[in-house]
Write a protein that binds this ligand. Sequence first.
Ligand code: FAD
Ligand code: NAP
Ligand code: SF4
Length: 676
Amino acid sequence: MTAQPNAYYPNLLKPLDLGFTELKNRVLMGSMHTGLEDREKKFPRLARYFAERAEGGVAISVTGGFSPNLEGSFYPGASKLSSSREIKRHLQVTGAVHEAGGKIALQLLHAGRYAYHPLSVAPNRIKSPITPFAPIALPGWGVKKQINDFAEAALLAQKAGYDGVEVMGSEGYFINQFLVEHTNRRDDEWGGSFANRMKLPVQIVQRVREAVGPEFIIIYRLSMLDLIENGSTWEEVVLLGKAIEQAGATIINTGIGWHEARVPTIVTSVPRAAFTWVTEKFRQEVAIPVCTTNRINDPQVAEDILSSGQSDMVSMARPLLADPHFVIKAQSGRASAINTCIACNQACLDHTFEAKEASCLVNPRACRETELNYLPTAQPKNIAVVGAGPAGLAAATVAAERGHAVTLFDKANCIGGQFNMAMRVPGKEEFENTLRYFGQLIETTGVKLELNTEVTAAQLKGFDEVLIATGVKPRVPNIEGLDHPSVLYYTDVLRGNAPLGNKVAVVGAGGIGFDVAEFITHAGSSSTLNPEAWFKEWGVDRSYQTRGGLIAKEPSPPTREVTLLQRKDEPLGKRLGKTSGWVHRAALRDKQVRMLSHCEYFKIDDRGFHILVDHKPQLLEVDNIIICTGQESLRDLMAPLEAAGIKAQLIGGADVAAELDAKRAIDQGSRVAAQI
Ligand code: FAD
Ligand code: NAP
Ligand code: SF4
């Protein structure tokens, strides 16, 4: 009997017949390096992490990258699979996934010149702009050794119980480095013509297929749009795709952009499913299933892609960190209960690039599945949580999920705290989803929500536990003339739409200063919601006539003249997120925002803002000055609570304001509530 199509997402949840095996639906969990892969002792955690995603309905997961040899590893001690001694640890992972009803493929990733060690190898000795080591140029026999190592690693993966491998041929790694003249200047059989340059990936797939036999999934991640100067042409992409199909690949997955590309491809300001058009174009050229990727974080978006024939499968990576139960929630018509990935990169990719274990800002359990669990309580308590920002929301819902009776107060008329300001910033629209998620969770866990309630100590009498999550207030800097009518705080601008003149100085260049500068230079709707405008802004050639798919950027003109200032003598935005900071900096440069560092703030008066830059006086003749100079904890309730003898615990910004972000607020709120 054939199964009935799913009532909600029939295409997303339709099985995919691969001939020798079947995938139960169209969801592939894309490869993410979590940091658990690097150490044998962390494999039990890795197994639980993948098993939870398989239990949650993912058809096939792809592991983080494992190098086929030492020279291809990312950094000293990074994950690799090159010896039979390494098989045993993987059996835990594959066993756990199979027991949970899923499939799993191991990603074979050779870093090439992106490696962080002096033994890195590449077609030529050309250093990458994002790593400190110049690679060793491979001799001909060395190229053959790399191919051999891929085949051997695939065989080891098969012995370790994997259902397949993904050969990482995109994102600017080793294989990509052979494909384009940008990095391949060889004049032997591996360089010169495109036929020579593509021999490496084709031979890798051929040799892997020979090694593993016909009944093993080979996914090839193909760089369909390099987004670098001198990248592949569309014709080369198609030639390679057809050859990879011939060589024995089972599925072709989409790769977009090299790591060194200066077009953002996955951060939150990238429109949803922005690059699916590339997969659609490619799908017409091959007969095997293709999988699309990048900024797909919603089941309806995925369903629309599949139902319109743009792709056969959808790869989601970060969305499954954020919610391991994404698929079963979609399957049962509970899409609004999905904890949506907001594409912030703060706890996943930023951690990976800082050599820390990955997790997720909206789901602190991600990669902590064996240690952070919200278990039912044996002693239900009556708990008050004051403040419904990220910290309070996390604490209230975790405590209620565990069986406590929770009342959540906020003086505002809605939940979300500062996230209500964040989501107004163009390019941060996704943040609204976190509030939708928590709103839903408040209902399903039975949290009693009391909005428009500025809590006093007297109201907190009688609760067994009190959590204070009242957040922060803007820091008031020490500048003469701060009471001048031209002065505003970021809260006035982002919450209150305070009217602004044409020339504005933004004081303080942290995350909020950058966001405010973005907010006040934007006209009309956000390009994140208008992909065609976004492609123009970032110079993506939608007609794909150029190498790498790049054309000149056409940023929309700024609505006002903005100067962004900081006291530190370092480039502005240097401390923003590792993987997203460059996008914010480039976006403001395109908006012609003037950036001044090493400032001293002297005085504000009718003439403007008097400052010193590099100790030299300057007058900024501006209409408004917006203060974004950090924040201080708001915990006025603590003293009256103490006086009334009520014990309370501080969480989130109310606890520590310095370097506070939603990652820390949600993590702390969840952990405290998991212990009550
Ligand atoms: P808050 O969000 O400040 O919430 C405190 C809540 O307590 C508020 O709702 C307030 O109304 C309520 N409250 C206060 N006093 C009382 C009282 N007496 N009675 C009842 N209720 C009370 N972080 C990131 O990680 N990534 C980002 O990209 C990011 N972007 C941001 C952009 C902007 C423009 C802003 C302003 C912030 C951004 N943040 C970002 C920071 C993030 O929003 C904060 O770190 C987070 O909201 C702090 O959470 P919290 O729960 O501690 O406090
Ligand atoms: P912040 O990052 O601490 O930046 C505060 C800015 O004010 C800095 O530029 C600082 O630089 C300046 N400053 C500090 N004290 C000052 C003083 N007394 N006088 C004058 N200038 C002073 O804080 P924020 O921008 O308010 O952001 C708050 C938190 O939200 C951050 O921790 C951040 O993680 C989070 N956030 C994150 C994002 C994101 O995209 N990830 C976006 C927005 C917010 P100088 O000392 O050099 O002047
Ligand atoms: Fe998504 Fe941010 Fe979580 Fe990463 S940390 S998975 S980008 S929500």
